[in-house]
Design a binder for this molecule. Structure first.
Ligand SMILES: Nc1ncnc2c1ncn2[C@@H]1O[C@H](COP(=O)(O)OP(=O)(O)OP(=O)(O)O)[C@@H](O)[C@H]1O
Length: 509
């Protein structure tokens, strides 16, 4: 007898398969799916709690999550199932009745929770720090930022791993039969095995194997498809899609609509800032020493200085992304410490070097998110405002593009539009052209110059000395956490007083 005949005799008895098929579907498949879906559901709940504990600052909580994960990931699944199912059989009977089925689900959930917790934790921690910074500068609370931006991104990144976990649960459900399930509670493997014993033929087991593949293989492909779709976003209907809105906006009398992109800038009502003797430290390292600065309404102040001199930190103090240790900062004459950081950040917009756009949202949705969640606008209102801003930065026709489908310069212009949409009185720019290819720098600088001419109060950390010379009303040179010199650009660039500024200019010009 050839090897194939031996195999066929044991595994390809179609008659035996046909006989077990109804039981396989009605009992085995049903129970396998119940066990896998229920344990994935409860495992996900446990996993979310473990992930939150794992990323919290609370050491005992962190430790508890670690110990749980180590135990349930370290033990073989069958050992956990037996410990829970038999060790707690009495409690199980009191709680759920005579069947060990619920304890089986509990054991599978506890195991799945350990893996899912690690998956979520890794997903959330893989989201760049700049994303939460961006939500905070848009006036969202920490909770809103996590819920609306960070956690959805984290989950999307781990979607394939979660589906793998479900597949693992489908397979692990076959171990629950060790607990001695009733005939009506048997899962796929057990139904196949019982029939194999009855007929002396292994074909029912092969059929059970086929059923496992029928569940798991399409699922893997489905998740790959969903993952790819989420990565790219919805299909863009073409650059035409924005043109209709231009006409609508023009009709509605939105300033600048209907003209060519980057139309005349809006007039802004810029506020004033006064920084009074602030100190700031990261832990034990003092970064700002007794810094004082006045920024007039509608003026442009450029902060220049060597790397590490504290320019970005000063900027971050202005919207309380970091907190000062001493001193005060006044906005329009009132201490910024009299309002919450979220209230302050609605009045002080910020744009970052790395753009920090939300990668899974279109340009339009990047702008509407804070308008809806922070300002409470309706979807329609928010979209109208966002389209007007996109038009001002010359990107209306890119409204449906995700950040990945925009050039660096375009991304930065969307980030500027996003900050402007909240109608801030002050705009902070943190080296916004440093990550751009040289040919894209000009477009962003021109836009910023337009904003300055439009009356926006701007504080700009920059290495673009030409921009500082041409656009700034005031240039501030910092070194080692102190303001060394401040004044009109022509005075600083043409007649530097301190040796440190002279040395710096000789290096960068
Ligand atoms: N989150 C942080 N934790 C600890 N130290 C930090 C942190 N951020 C910045 N620093 C330190 O604070 C000092 C000032 O940094 P800051 O980024 O404000 O300087 P900068 O002038 O903006 O520099 P660059 O031009 O390179 O961005 C540096 O010594 C830096 O290493």
């Amino acid at each position: 007898m050839s090897w194939f005949e031996t195999f066929a005799r044991s595994f390809l008895d179609f008659q035996a398969m046909a006989e077990v098929l109804p039981n396989m579907v009605m009992v085995g498949l049903k129970n396998t799916l119940i066990l896998a879906v229920a344990s994935t559901f409860f495992g996900t709940l446990i996993g979310i709690v473990l992930a939150v504990m794992g990323i919290s600052e609370n050491r005992p909580l962190k430790l508890l999550a670690r110990v749980y994960t180590d135990i349930f990931r370290g033990l073989p699944a069958i050992v956990t199932i037996l410990i829970i199912g038999q060790g707690f059989a009495r409690l199980g009977r009191d709680l759920f009745g005579p069947s060990p089925y619920p304890l089986g689900i509990l054991a599978l959930s506890l195991i799945a929770g350990a893996y899912i917790g690690e998956i979520f934790r890794a997903g959330i921690q893989s989201v760049e720090r700049g994303q939460i910074d961006a939500t905070r500068t848009l006036g969202m609370t920490y909770g809103q930022g996590m819920r609306l931006v960070v956690i959805p991104q984290g989950i999307r990144r781990v979607l394939p791993a979660l589906v793998n976990q479900f597949i693992g649960n489908v397979k692990d459900s076959s171990l629950v039969y060790f607990l001695g399930l009733l005939a009506s509670e048997r899962e796929l493997f057990r139904v196949g095995q019982d029939q194999a014993v009855l007929t002396g033929n292994l074909s029912p087991l092969l059929l059970a194997g086929v059923f496992y593949l029928v569940i798991t293989v399409p699922l893997t492909h489905l998740v790959n498809y969903i993952d790819a779709r989420m990565r790219v976003g919805k299909r863009i209907t073409g650059v035409q899609s924005g043109l209709k809105e231009v006409a609508e906006l023009a009709e509605a009398g939105v300033p600048g609509a209907g003209k060519s992109p980057a139309a005349a800038p809006t007039r802004f009502k810029g506020g004033s800032i006064e920084v009074k003797n602030i100190d700031m430290a990261y832990g034990a390292v003092q970064v700002l020493h007794d810094v004082s600065l006045k920024v007039e309404p509608g003026s442009v102040t450029c902060l220049i200085g060597p790397s590490g001199s504290g320019k970005s930190t000063l900027l971050r103090c202005l919207n309380r992304l970091v907190e000062c240790r001493a001193g005060d900062i006044l906005l329009d004459g009132e201490s910024t410490y009299k309002q919450t950081p979220d209230q302050l950040r609605r009045r002080v917009g910020m744009v970052f070097q790395q753009f920090n756009l939300f990668p899974d949202r279109s340009a339009l949705a990047n702008i509407t998110l804070a308008l809806r969640k922070v300002k409470g606008m309706s979807r329609q209102e928010a979209e109208r405002a966002a389209l007007a801003r996109l038009h001002e930065v010359g990107l209306l026709e890119r409204k449906d593009h995700r950040p990945a489908n925009l050039s660096g310069g375009q991304q930065q212009r969307v980030a500027i539009a996003r900050a402007l949409a909240l109608e801030p009185e002050i705009m902070l720019f943190d080296e916004v052209t440093s990550a751009l290819d040289p040919e894209l720098v000009k477009g962003v600088l021109n836009l910023m110059a337009d904003l300055g001419r439009g009356g926006m109060t701007m504080v700009v950390v920059t290495h673009e000395m030409n921009f500082a010379r041409k656009v700034a009303n005031q240039v501030v040179f910092m070194d080692e956490g102190r303001i060394v010199e401040a004044g009109r650009p022509e005075d600083l660039f043409d007649n530097p007083q301190s040796p440190r500024l002279r040395r710096f200019l000789s290096e960068v010009l």
